[in-house]
Structures are given as structure tokens and as C-alpha cells.
Design a protein around this ligand. Structure first.
Ligand SMILES: Nc1ncnc2c1ncn2[C@@H]1O[C@H](COP(=O)(O)OP(=O)(O)OP(=O)(O)O)[C@@H](O)[C@H]1O
Ligand SMILES: [Mg+2]
Length: 221
């Protein structure tokens, strides 16, 4: 067994326990798997992704990701920058930084030189057909281009896990297809574990496995 993610009875409450976002999730994901997560709005999908990426901590249960116990009381910024690539629905690019500078952000925490950071950022942007946009600002780009910059930023440190929260949700279907193809290629070529939250059935169906979340529980795998 080669699970990169092991979650047992994971619980997450908000608002002093009035909101139960996750109510006992059990989940194992193997290294290199492509998994989609579906479920109604408010069912806990983003919460689950945030727990896996150590953006937030659970209240109860256990969660181990790439050999790290995420219930420990410590700073997980090193874990995040080396193991995790996040792609958010609204891509969260910083408007007053250029495309290349946005992609360099995750490398600031590494010991790379400025020169190496620029080289790596521009290489990955070129591989995503954004070589002509490296000096452009995000506000001047199309939605699909912005999402590709967000993918470049997620990939720049060679993460072992990519967490994508509705990466195609804000795009038209043709642009969404291009983004999905980019992610599928990365999954295939780099053996990275890919987890995509989506509302779209055709996106979910392309994964090796679909996980259904309802009321903070996993109802089907
Ligand atoms: N920071 C927070 N504070 C309080 N409640 C929160 C917080 N984040 C999420 N919730 C609540 O937790 C529940 C799960 O939210 P979550 O964002 O995980 O849902 P989701 O499945 O991602 O929904 P969507 O498909 O709309 O993105 C919801 O009831 C939501 O209102
Ligand atoms: Mg969500």
C-alpha cells in the first residue's frame, strides 16, 4: 500500500461548533492517483481540500499527508511549499506583480537564487504556452490564461500533490477543457497526485475515482 493521504474520522467545526463542515471523513488516496471530489454547495469539499493542504487544521481525527502528521501543532509552511500545489477557483493572482513574479512566489521560501527563480518560472510558463506573457500583469490576461498562470505557480516547486478547487468553474467549456488537459498531462507525465473539486460531471468522470461528499461526510467512493 502506497497511500500519500490517510484520513481517519476527520472532523472540522466552525462558529464554535455550530457549523459542522466535516463530520468524520475517512479517506485514503494513493500516490499518483487522480481523484475528483463532487457534492452539493456547502457539503465540505473546500474544507476537505484545505485540511489536506494544511491551510487550516481539523478539530478531531487524524490526517497524514506525504508522511506528515497534520494534526501536530506546528508550522506547515515548509510542507505546503514543498509538497502541495494549490489551484484556487479564483486563481488568487497578485495584480501588481507580473505573471513571472506571481509564479516566483512559492520559490521565495526556498534557497534558490533570484536568477534560478526567474529561470524556473519562465520555463514553466513557456511550457504552458505563456512565454509571451511573462512581463504582463494578470489583469491584462484572459480567464484561461490567468488559470494557466495559477497552474504554473502551483507546479513551480514540483509538488507531490496538486489540489485544485473548481479549476474550470469560472471558465467557458472550451477553455475549461484546455485547463483540464494541462492538468491531466501533468498528472500523467510527472506522476503527481491530482485532486480536483468540481461541479461538472464531465470533469469528474475523467478521474480514476470520484468521491462524493454530502453534509460533511463521504457518501460514495
Ligand atoms: N471559515 C469559515 N467559517 C465558518 N463557516 C465556514 C467557513 N468555511 C466554510 N464554512 C462552512 O462550512 C460548510 C462547508 O463549506 P465548504 O466551503 O467546505 O463547502 P463546499 O462543499 O466547498 O461548497 P461550494 O461547492 O459552494 O464551494 C458550509 O456550511 C460553510 O458555510
Ligand atoms: Mg468550495
Amino acid at each position: 500500500m502506497n497511500n500519500i493521504i490517510e484520513i481517519k474520522n476527520l472532523q472540522k467545526h466552525y462558529d464554535q461548533g455550530n457549523i459542522i463542515a466535516l463530520s468524520g471523513v475517512d479517506l485514503q488516496i494513493e500516490k499518483g492517483e487522480f481523484v475528483s471530489i463532487v457534492g452539493p454547495s456547502g457539503s465540505g469539499k473546500s474544507t476537505l481540500l484545505n485540511m489536506i493542504g494544511a491551510l487550516d487544521q481539523a478539530d478531531e481525527g487524524s490526517i497524514k499527508v506525504a508522511g506528515n502528521d497534520l494534526m501536530e501543532n506546528k508550522d506547515f509552511s515548509q510542507f505546503r511549499s514543498t509538497e502541495i500545489g494549490f489551484i484556487f477557483q479564483l486563481h488568487n493572482l497578485i495584480p501588481n506583480l507580473t505573471v513571472s513574479e506571481n509564479v516566483q512566489i512559492p520559490m521565495i521560501q526556498t534557497d534558490m537564487s533570484d536568477e534560478e527563480m526567474v529561470k524556473r518560472a519562465n520555463e514553466i510558463l513557456e511550457s504552458l504556452n505563456l512565454g509571451s506573457k511573462i512581463h504582463q500583469f494578470p489583469t491584462k490576461l484572459s480567464g484561461g490564461e490567468r488559470q494557466r498562470v495559477a497552474i504554473a505557480r502551483a507546479l513551480v516547486n514540483h509538488p507531490s500533490i496538486i489540489l485544485a478547487d473548481e479549476p474550470t468553474g469560472a471558465l467557458d467549456s472550451k477553455t475549461g477543457d484546455i485547463i483540464l488537459d494541462v492538468l491531466k498531462n501533468i498528472h500523467r507525465e510527472e506522476n503527481v497526485t491530482l485532486i480536483i473539486v468540481t461541479h461538472e460531471k464531465y470533469v469528474a468522470d475523467q478521474a480514476d475515482r470520484t468521491i462524493k461528499v454530502k453534509d460533511g461526510c463521504i457518501t460514495a467512493m
